[in-house]
Ligand binder design. Structure first.
Ligand code: IPM
Ligand code: MG
Length: 409
């Protein structure tokens, strides 16, 4: 995992200049393995520089397991991955009084990609908002332009019985939630808590707002994703009530009609979508939705799979490095006990290899290794249940086993 400064500069230069930006996205001069034609990735290389943000809670444990697995992968496949640590979340607040210090941002920006574990914990929950770990995450997304968040929920056959839903409902489920990540009530102004001058009562408010260009660019990502999957896209909104959702719907229809005529587009109100995801999830292929609806629906979709501990995600923009992270939180209640499941972070590393580093075959190896570990009946506590005949292991052993298998699959 060593990597010279000179080649690091070269790769970053390539990352920054490859392709040209149009109002409708980035056209690359090569067809890389990101999502489709509109997004840029780093060209395939013999060495990469990746920032690793270990974060809080179980973050360091699952990062250690993931690093072992990546070391086994680079050894087997003959390329180099320099993993450079940086701070985000509670640990960054403690060390630098900022949940995402500018040095971390600069380092992430100049890396080929970013791998993030998880952030947060009760220690920082009472802090003012700007000194909460979550604010660091939001700053990172905004500053790095990571407007598209891909959250796959694919039920692995080995884990069907780990879901709280019936086997016939979840078996074969394969849904991709494309969540807009830098707009909506998360970032809209005005926002705040004020005192009403007339009643003297406090009033809290946020603004659910989307511009046409924001909707257009996420719709294009969703179109690209849907084209690579089942060519079926469900756009989720609340257009029966919200003006912002009406714009969302109108623009999505326009983008799909013009650029993705082959994609079968449908629309669903968010309350119905929440219900349908549980009632009959196999009706969905790709879902596109705004930031807050996507936050909620992607957590819901994750439970189809049985455990949050299995789900990776990718946050990407039009150019520059993406951020790849498990969708689970920092689980402070189990931190330091060697019981966390590192598989979501390992699968996030696979997404990084596929979408950012132009290494789809290596991504396949990691995914196959995870499947093979499950086939062997090895389980962390979150995916183990009584009478399944499987062997319970901790985070370290799970990581070691995946690393061993990576050398052979
Ligand atoms: C997520 C998380 C974050 C979000 C929090 C931690 C700010 O729930 O990534 O889904 O709301 O986006
Ligand atoms: Mg969430």
């Amino acid at each position: 995992m060593k990597f010279s400064v000179a080649s690091s500069v070269l790769i970053c230069a390539v990352t920054g200049t490859y392709g040209f930006v149009t109002p409708f996205g980035v056209k690359t001069s090569n067809n890389f393995n990101r999502i489709g034609s509109t997004l840029e990735a780093v060209p395939k290389s013999e060495s990469y520089s990746v920032t690793i943000l270990e974060g809080d809670g179980i973050g360091p444990e699952i990062s250690t397991a993931t690093k072992k697995v990546l070391a086994a992968l680079t050894k087997r496949c003959g390329f180099e991955l320099e993993l450079k640590p940086a701070l985000i979340g509670g640990c960054a607040i403690d060390a630098a009084n900022s949940p995402f210090p500018d040095e971390s941002l600069a380092q992430c920006r100049s890396s080929d990609s970013v791998l993030l574990a998880c952030i947060g914990g009760p220690k920082w929950d009472g802090n003012p908002r700007e000194l909460r770990p979550e604010s660091g995450l939001l700053k990172m997304r905004k500053e790095m332009g990571l407007f598209a968040n891909l959250r796959p929920a694919k039920v692995m056959s080995q884990l069907v019985d780990a879901s709280t839903l019936k086997r016939e409902i979840v078996e074969g489920v394969d849904v991709m939630v494309v969540r807009e990540l830098t707009g909506d009530v998360y970032f809209g102004a005005p926002k705040g808590i004020d005192t009403d001058p007339v009643t003297g009562e406090r009033v809290g408010y946020n603004n659910m707002i989307y511009s046409e260009s924001e909707v257009r660019r996420i719709a294009k990502v969703a179109g690209d994703v849907a084209m690579k999957r089942g060519k079926k896209l469900c756009s989720v909104d609340k257009a029966n009530v919200l003006d912002v959702s009406q714009l969302w719907r109108d623009v999505t229809i326009d983008v799909m009609e013009k650029d993705y005529p082959e994609v079968d587009l449908s629309h669903m109100y968010v309350d119905n979508a929440a219900m349908q995801l549980i009632r009959w999830p196999k009706q969905f292929d790709t879902i596109v939705t705004g930031n807050i609806f996507g936050d909620i629906l992607s957590d819901e979709a994750s439970m189809l799979v049985g455990s949050l501990g299995m789900l990776p995600s990718a946050s990407i923009g039009l150019e520059g490095p993406g951020v790849f992270e498990p969708i689970h939180g920092s689980a402070p209640d189990i931190a330091g006990q060697d019981v966390a499941n590192p598989l979501a972070m390992i699968l996030s590393a696979a997404m990084m290899l596929r979408y950012d580093l132009a290494r789809p075959e290596e991504a396949d190896i990691l995914e196959r290794a995870v499947e093979a570990v499950l086939d062997k009946g090895i389980r962390t506590a979150d995916i183990k249940f009584d009478g399944d005949g499987c062997r319970l292991v901790g985070c370290v052993e799970m990581g070691d086993t995946v690393a061993e298998i990576v050398a052979t699959v």
